[in-house]
Design a protein around this ligand. Structure first.
Ligand SMILES: [Ca+2]
Length: 268
């Protein structure tokens, strides 16, 4: 979609916008039940009706409080201060059957928006990119969040007797990793970012004629200067290329580079 919003001698403003999406769905698998109907391949994390790559895990619904000590024990053999999982099938205990599809890296939609302004000899253009609806898995919130005293840890809101509605479990020096720690790593990966922005000034002909050149332009441009995301640790566009099949954000991840470029262009 393109729109020229303003077009006068001195000022023009236009917008180009696009949106795209794709759907990925497993329709059949080799596994069949006794009646010959296709069934999910849980071992490979393949589910009929879902994209090929999904995260399949327990659902983290908070931290057990001291008032829930009995439930923590009966459902998960845990104690207050540990991660509370949702009992999806309501049978009172947490088993493998309570896992669910947490999300996928397939976005609901994505696209870009370019806008161009020109005022007299100045021009400004910007390109925004957005990607909405995908899940990201943050290794920072798992591997760097052990809540074990010996290791560095993210500065998180952790559980104590006096901080019962914390988002993260209690530190525990007897346990190298928090139980069900992977459930701390899933985030809405939606973001919008300013990929490129550029401001330019074309010197008037009166000057270029005097200098005996055809054109003179001064410009400054920037890349990746701004983003907004629900995942607040860093730019969630970046994947950690070292990890297996599903992308994750981890300590091996390099955030995308911010770049600012100044230039002067003369045409002869
Ligand atoms: Ca259950």
């Amino acid at each position: 979609m393109s729109a020229a919003l303003v077009e006068t001698n001195n000022f023009s403003w236009s917008i180009d916008w696009n949106i795209a999406g794709y759907k990925e769905e497993i329709v059949e698998l080799a596994l069949k039940d006794e009646n010959g109907n296709a069934i999910d391949d849980v071992g490979n994390r393949w589910f009929i009706g879902q994209p090929i790559r999904v995260w399949y895990d327990y659902e983290n619904i908070g931290i057990y409080g001291t008032a829930e000590a009995d439930l923590a024990q009966s459902a998960e053999a845990k104690v207050p201060g540990e991660i509370k999982l949702r009992d999806q099938n309501g049978d009172g205990i947490i088993t493998g059957d309570d896992r669910k599809i947490i999300g996928t890296d397939v976005p609901d939609y994505y696209g870009g928006l370019t806008t161009n302004f020109a005022y007299k000899n100045f021009d400004l253009s910007a390109f925004f990119y957005y990607r909405v609806g995908q899940t990201v898995y943050s290794n920072f919130h798992v591997g760097n969040n052990s809540l074990f005293f010996r290791y560095n840890n993210l500065n998180v809101d952790y559980w104590t007797i006096d901080n019962q509605d914390a988002q993260y479990p209690r530190p525990n020096q007897n346990q190298e990793f928090t139980r069900n720690n992977t459930t701390m790593g899933y985030f809405d990966g939606s973001y919008v970012k300013l990929r490129n922005v550029s401001l330019g000034y074309n010197f008037p002909e009166a000057l270029t004629d005097k200098l005996g050149i055809n054109g003179l332009r001064l410009y400054v441009s920037g890349q990746n200067l701004w983003f907004a995301a629900k995942y607040d640790t860093f730019d969630p566009e970046v994947d950690d290329p070292d990890t297996e099949d599903l992308p994750s954000l981890g300590s091996g991840t390099t955030p995308s580079t911010k770049l600012i470029l100044f230039g002067l262009r003369a045409q002869f």
